[in-house]
Every structure is written in structure tokens, then in C-alpha cells.
Design a protein around this ligand. Structure first.
Ligand SMILES: [Zn+2]
Length: 362
């Protein structure tokens, strides 16, 4: 079977296909002039998929106690739980994986044709050693953090969290530009006052507790204007910020999209933590209302403080975290632990004309 780089969205797989240096048209997705991979000629992808598929057990071999509701066909599991294929139907995925893993399919067809499950998801011994939250749920962790112990909780396996962070590192080079917006007057705010507020003016935020300075920036002027939640007829000042030195941040937008094929990644450990990692992603992207308590920021503040505490060779490893914008679809924000890493180089004043309110009765 011939497949191509465009049939996938997993970066590790795409790079394996590109390395084969075969260019042509893809009979499956009809992309023209792309890198191709012939499953009859190469077996690199079969080795990669063998590893991932080995975490699954067909329903006929799962223990009686395994909840049947938590099993599903491999083709659906690969589509809905992993970010591997680019816009493929279940039938396409079935054809692709049985072609890639043809040997495995010959002696273990049940794996591809029967519902499958991950046995370790219900193995408390395994979970206590490999789950980010040991045997607790994300809700248990949030509750404990809010109401029982804020600074010394034992709910999170921090070594594991550090390891997951290392898979979503994102470097930025000196000169990179981001934006910050503040509600102002028609006159605007001078560049010298566009940075993070002084310590006594800090409030609780997604990535900082009150009293801790943090510089929040957005990828575009538009994202920051949305994030400010300016009202109609307000004036806002948008500052353009430039990075003063090379940095590495943790890209939390990607925390639930780590490639299972990264070298050294334990697929099984990653798979059983996917649910927790999804929760971290949801929590970072949760909409906060004016009526919400600052306590609702505590879980993300905990994660951010931990990222900030990671040290490598005596120096902080990460300069900040990046997360998707709740207010502006497709946009993202950067929270910097050291507000002096960026310099505001110019500002522009905007008048907000209209706001498009969409609503529903609750
Ligand atoms: Zn293709």
C-alpha cells in the first residue's frame, strides 16, 4: 500500500516518510508531489506501530474484571485517542495499519478486528508507579489542592510531570515578537508602563499567584485584545514586545498531543496518563468568569510553579509556559516567569467599535 506524508499529522512519522526520499502522488489522499511510503518495501513504520499497538490487548484476552465499556476497536482508538492520522476514516485507518503491520496482523488479527483495551488502566499496582496522579483522579487532586494542602501535596508524581514537560519544549529566538493589551484612554499607555504590574498590584492569574510577577503576552494583537475583554467604546493600548534572549518554554497546548513515537517515550505510561494530561489541557483553557473564585486558578498555578522550579545545571530550565487562548480561537498566550525577558518597543491605541455577543439562556 502506498501512503504519504500528508496522510499523517504525527511529526515523527512524517519525518520517517520524508527520509525515504520517494516523491510522487498519493493514491490514498490524492496529494500531488509529496513524499511517499510503500508498506511493501519498507518496515520502519511497522516497528514504530508495533510498539504502540503492544499496549493493547484484544477483548478475548483481557481479564474478566476488565470493564467492557472501556474497550473499542483499534481503528477508533487510534483516531480518537491519538493524533496520528490526518483526516482519515475508520476504514482508511484500518487499511493503513493492517498494511503497515502486516506481520502482526497475520498472527494476531484479533488485535485489529476485536475491541481492545489497555490492561494496566485497571492495575492499581502499575498505576501507583506510573500514573501522574498515582491512583487519584484529577478532581481529587484539585479538591485537595483547594481545601487541604496547597504547597506540599503528594498527589502528583513530579518526576513524571517533568518528563512530560521535556517532550513539549518549545524554543524561541532573540527578537521574537509578542503582544500585550491594556484598557487605556485615547492617549494610550507609554511603552515603559506596558510590562507586568509591580508586585503590590499583581492579582491571581492562570500562571501566577497574587504577589508573584508574571508577564502575560499573546501571539497577535487580536488575541491580546480579546484576552483583555475590553468593552464596546473602550480604548486599548497594544504593546509590541520583543524577546531579548533565546529561551525555552513548555508548550502546554501540546501536552495531550505528544507523539507516541518519540524515542525513549514509554507508550504505555503515556497512554495511561492521557486522561490526566487532557485535564491539564482543559484546565489551562478553562474560561474564568468574573464571579469565579481565585481558588479556581490554584491547579494551573501549581503546575506553572512546578515548571518554574525545574532546574538544569543550576539554572531554570524553562522561561515560561504557552497555552491556548480561551477568548480567541486559534490564538495562544505566553506567560513569562521573568517579566524582563521581553521589552516593549512600540504601542498602538485602538478604539473598540463593536462586540459580537453570542448567548444562550441558562
Ligand atoms: Zn496521502
Amino acid at each position: 500500500m502506498i501512503i504519504c506524508e500528508k496522510c499523517f499529522c504525527d511529526t515523527e512519522i512524517i519525518s520517517v516518510i520524508k527520509n525515504k526520499s520517494v516523491i510522487g502522488d498519493c493514491p490514498l489522499c490524492k496529494s500531488k508531489n509529496v513524499y511517499l511510503y510503500d508498506t511493501e518495501k519498507f518496515d520502519d513504520l511497522s516497528m514504530m506501530f508495533d510498539d504502540l499497538l503492544s499496549i493493547y490487548t484484544p477483548v478475548s484476552l483481557l481479564p474478566q474484571s476488565f470493564p467492557k465499556a472501556d474497550t473499542r476497536l483499534l481503528k477508533s482508538e487510534l483516531i480518537y485517542n491519538w493524533n496520528i492520522f490526518n483526516k482519515k476514516t475508520e476504514a482508511d485507518v484500518y487499511n493503513i495499519i493492517t498494511a503497515i503491520c502486516k506481520e502482526k496482523y497475520e498472527y494476531n488479527a484479533e488485535l485489529f478486528d476485536q475491541p481492545v483495551g489497555i490492561q494496566e488502566l485497571y492495575d492499581s499496582d502499575y498505576l501507583s508507579k506510573h500514573s501522574l496522579l498515582t491512583t487519584n483522579s484529577w478532581e481529587d487532586f484539585v479538591e485537595a489542592l483547594k481545601t487541604r494542602n496547597r504547597f506540599h501535596t503528594h498527589y502528583v508524581d513530579l518526576d513524571l510531570l517533568e518528563r512530560f514537560c521535556s517532550y513539549i519544549r518549545k524554543p524561541y529566538k532573540t527578537g521574537e515578537v509578542f503582544y500585550r493589551c491594556r484598557i487605556s484612554t485615547e492617549v494610550g499607555i507609554p511603552v515603559t508602563e506596558m510590562g507586568a504590574p509591580p508586585i503590590d498590584k499583581t492579582t491571581d492569574g492562570r500562571a501566577n499567584a497574587r504577589g508573584i510577577r508574571c508577564l502575560y503576552l499573546g501571539d497577535t494583537a487580536e488575541t491580546t485584545i480579546y484576552e483583555t475583554r475590553a468593552g464596546a467604546y473602550d480604548y486599548v493600548t497594544v504593546g509590541k514586545f520583543q524577546l531579548k534572549k533565546d529561551i525555552i518554554v513548555v508548550d502546554l497546548k501540546k501536552i495531550n498531543q505528544i507523539s507516541p513515537f518519540i524515542e525513549g517515550l514509554d507508550c504505555l505510561e503515556y497512554a495511561i496518563n492521557k486522561e490526566h494530561l487532557n485535564k491539564i489541557n482543559d484546565e489551562m483553557g478553562k474560561i474564568m468568569r468574573r464571579s469565579d473564585s481565585p481558588l479556581d486558578y490554584v491547579p494551573t498555578q501549581y503546575i506553572t510553579d512546578f515548571v518554574k522550579s525545574i532546574i538544569h545545571d543550576g539554572n531554570p530550565e524553562y522561561a515560561g509556559i504557552e497555552y491556548k487562548s480561551v477568548m480567541h480561537n486559534g490564538g495562544y498566550n505566553l506567560a513569562l516567569f521573568d517579566p524582563d525577558l521581553f521589552e516593549c518597543i512600540e504601542t498602538e491605541v485602538y478604539a473598540i467599535e463593536t462586540i459580537d455577543y453570542k448567548k444562550h439562556i441558562v
